[in-house]
Design a protein. Structure first.
Length: 115
């Protein structure tokens, strides 16, 4: 899958925020042990992502980080898990994207998930 770009997203339900230094933070709701890796839209003000990896030994966390990096067109190293390592609701920092860039990418993901 190639990196994506997009239009706009409704900020009232946006899963994207900004860190103190201006990098993007994405709220993610994770569904482990799915049939395939995919973005499922927005769930409870978080980007819902399904991954095949089980929630064992940090495998699902690593899979979500790698999948977000692929979808956003950034390196895996620039995606950092901030919180939620033992929860389905997680916060990821995207060090190489601004909030506006991440908003656009998430908008494209949500639009493609709704098709």
């Amino acid at each position: 899958m190639s990196p994506i770009s997009a239009t706009t997203i409704d900020r009232s339900v946006s899963p994207v925020g900004r860190s103190k230094d201006g990098a993007a933070i994405i709220s993610v709701h994770v569904q482990p042990r799915a049939a395939k890796n995919r973005c499922c839209g927005v769930h409870d003000e978080a980007l819902k992502v399904s991954v095949q990896a089980p929630p064992v030994d940090d495998k699902a966390n690593k899979a979500v980080g790698a999948y977000l990096a692929k979808l956003c067109g950034v390196s895996r190293r620039s995606v950092v898990l901030l919180s939620g390592s033992q929860s389905r609701k997680k916060l990821f920092l995207l060090e190489s994207l601004t909030e506006e860039e991440a908003q656009a990418k998430v908008a494209a993901l949500v639009a493609s998930a709704e098709r």
